[in-house]
Write a protein that binds this ligand. Structure first.
Ligand SMILES: [Mn+2]
Length: 436
């Protein structure tokens, strides 16, 4: 007997990868543990077309090969009694692993391991199916496409790769049904999700950790599709990451974590509670730990290794060339041209009172007014930033004000400047212009 297995509370990536594995290992059957809400609804309708085996049908001694997908930590596997012991004893059982998570201490030993850092585990199976030209129908293509969509946020999460996009494209060409994908990917909220969202937002507290805003919410009771509720809350609130904790059974807690900033890795604190996942989405189920204790431990883990978002001080240029309000424009032009600046702050009594850009100068030059003082053509008031501000926030200021540079102030004193070039280098992960 060959079994395809995955993690408990299987999501669509687990299910899609399992369906792909069955195509790749045609003698196998899929063993599913508890399912997440979306997969549960899909399986309820698709059950007869999926090669699912019930736990009661399995003779553990007869299992010759186990294909583990979307997981390899012993703790997270959804198995039948006795099977994990046989896997760990390497007792006449061949183990194949297809996974895209980082390593952990309790990873099972594999005879064959395909472990690559792509956005979804399903992608790895799809690539193998493509290489071996294995045929399948629109139903299988659809379930696998859902796997890629869910784990990559439809190719938008950090960690999504061109390989995920190529796999998804190939599945679409193989007949993946968009109407079915949309049905299961973004079902409308029901009353219980709306209520959970309301309570979550009302209970949320925000902690500042290492400059990042991290939201925490403890809910009184679990609700269906809570992971989608958490994602929705993250989209609504001005936080970089969100941890939601609900009771699990009589003496346990469940954690669902989401991040939208690359500088907050939620998998790391969640791993302290025995959970796992990815930098942008992680979850843990903790036995014997109250929701309040789980919250305290997450906070402790985060404070021990705080996020390190880039701040304005990390990318600003200094010292800054300036001009005075009374400086003639002809002289200011020389400062700009010689320095290669597109603009300079205008300073009076050591306070920044305006900005003078090349555009302001060109306008004056066309009117033959370069003998006038700077204050006549400078732009004011000035949009500024501070050294401690996150680069993300300076970027938002620049977007909203549509200005090309932000003077950096400490109190009233000018200590640096951030330009469009600096922020573009940050956006595209380039070396800052000042270091080039
Ligand atoms: Mn996955």
């Amino acid at each position: 007997m060959e079994l395809v297995v995955t993690h408990a509370v299987a999501d669509f990536d687990a299910l899609g990868a399992a369906v792909g594995a069955h195509l790749l290992y045609p003698r196998s059957r899929i063993l599913l543990g508890p399912l997440g809400a979306g997969p549960r609804e899909l399986v309820a309708v698709h059950r007869d077309r999926l090669p699912i085996v019930e736990p009661a049908e399995i003779d553990v001694r007869a299992v010759r090969r186990v294909i583990i997908v979307d997981v390899r930590r012993a703790k997270r596997l959804a198995l039948v009694p006795g099977l994990l012991e046989r896997i760990q004893r390497r007792d006449g059982i061949e183990v194949h692993v297809w996974d895209h998570h980082g390593p952990s201490e309790d990873d099972v030993h594999a005879d064959q391991a395909i472990i690559e850092p792509v956005g979804s585990a399903t992608t790895l199976l799809v690539e193998a199916l493509q290489r071996r030209q294995i045929p399948f129908g629109p139903m299988e293509a659809t379930v696998m496409a859902l796997g890629v969509h869910v784990d990559t946020g439809s190719l938008t999460f950090g960690g999504s790769t061109g390989r995920d996009a190529a796999a998804l494209g190939w599945l679409m060409n193989r007949g993946a049904a968009l109407s079915v994908i949309n049905r299961y990917l973004r079902p409308p909220f029901g009353d219980s999700q709306r209520e959970a969202l309301r309570v979550l937002l009302a209970n949320m507290t925000v902690e500042k950790i290492g400059g990042a805003r991290v939201g925490f919410a403890v809910l009184d009771h679990p609700s269906g599709r809570l992971d989608e509720v958490v994602s929705e809350a993250l989209a609504l609130e001005d936080v970089h990451a969100l941890f939601v904790i609900v009771p699990d059974g009589r003496s346990g807690a469940c954690v669902i974590a989401r991040s939208r900033a690359r500088f907050v890795d939620v998998a790391h604190p969640v791993a302290h509670l025995g959970g796992g996942g990815h930098p942008v989405a992680a979850a843990a189920t903790c036995r014997g730990l109250s929701p309040a204790d789980a919250r305290a431990r997450l906070l402790h883990a985060l404070r021990n290794e705080p996020p390190k978002p880039l701040k304005v001080a990390d990318i600003m240029s200094s010292p800054v060339a300036t001009v005075g309000t009374k400086t003639p424009l002809a002289h200011a032009k020389e400062v700009l041209v010689h320095g290669g600046f597109t603009g300079v702050p205008v300073v009076k009594d050591e306070r920044v009172v305006g900005m003078l850009s090349r555009r302001d100068l060109a306008k004056a030059e066309r009117k033959d007014e370069l003998d006038r003082p700077v204050r006549k053509v400078m732009s004011a008031p000035v949009c500024s930033t501070t050294e401690d501000e996150l680069v993300e926030e300076a970027l938002a200021t620049m977007e909203q004000a549509d200005v090309g540079r932000l003077p950096v102030l400490r109190g009233e004193r000018l200590v640096g400047i951030v330009t469009r070039d600096d922020l573009l280098a940050f956006l595209y992960g380039e070396a800052p212009p000042s270091a080039r």
